[in-house]
Design a protein around this ligand. Sequence first.
Ligand code: ZN
Ligand code: ZN
Length: 364
Amino acid sequence: MPEESVDTSCRLEALRRRLPVMKVDAVVISNLTNVRYLTGFTGTAGLALVTPADASFYTDFRYEAQAAEQVRPLRVSIEKRSLLRAAALQAKKRRFSVVGVETHCLTVDQKESLEKAAPGVKWVSVKQAIEKAREVKDASEIETLRTAIGITDKAFESVVARLRPGLTESEVAWKLEESLIRLGAEGKSFETIVASGARSALPHGVASAKKLQLGDLVTIDFGGKYQGYCADLTRTVCLGKSTSEQRKIYSIVRSAQLRAEERLSSGLAGKVIDKIARDYITEKGYGKEFGHGLGHGVGLNIHEGPRLSSTATGKLCAGCVVTVEPGIYIKDWGGVRIEDVAWVSDNGCEILTTALKPARLPEI
Ligand code: ZN
Ligand code: ZN
């Protein structure tokens, strides 16, 4: 079913205005997530040809009705053959000399087919221009993200209270996913992680048949998807009474997260925010046990720009939405990760996640 249509005209307009700066006559947007962002189209076959004056949309007969509804301001063309070829023939007909394409998502075959269909056109890379634009969320995206995150927070809280020894990690994952759907999500954002006991030392420990045991640290990382937007939430809890070592590791991770969240603001480099959390964990003696980046952007994709990591380039813009997720993973012992989603502004950030986050390791 076509989803509620989103007004994407401002996004398309912003791209149009940038075409002269990009020194192209037109761009062909073929990455489906970017197509959705620019046109509102949610199907699996669609492509947009955007020029400074107009925009055309190509799809096949399966999506005729859906496209008419979702991409209304664009001229829709229903194609029997390759959509890329149709766009290339249009570029040739209109005598464009330079056209931008998303080379990071095209196969070598697809690039060759463009060249073959329109040999007079110079096909150049748009260098992830749409991904870059997607980093800064508009008001409707923030509202949608808030809904996805709110559903995820509620699903977590309803399931965490029911954790019991003997449940398998997969059963917990199932309860979380069932709860997401019941609360209005259209699905999950990514494969649910439930990692308990020694398995919690695996940063990406997808739920297994292992049974939860008293004393286990349980790390849950999951998220619901709402109107295409992804939530991302991680919490670590202890099943039953915790040990002082478990509480110590938890409080180091939580303090590292708070330090980063307190400083998070536009104009700071992703690498600087990562360093704030990393330096603190290193100072406490666990730098080697925090082996991944501090966070990532979230939106239509679960992992997108900007990155918060030691290798990230560039500064954060106001309006970007990023996760803050430090962790410590100790082999054969277990691990702790705590993840929030933050909306970055010029004077700080708003933490959109509200699920359980006490100063001390929660005992369930
Ligand atoms: Zn996550
Ligand atoms: Zn994440």
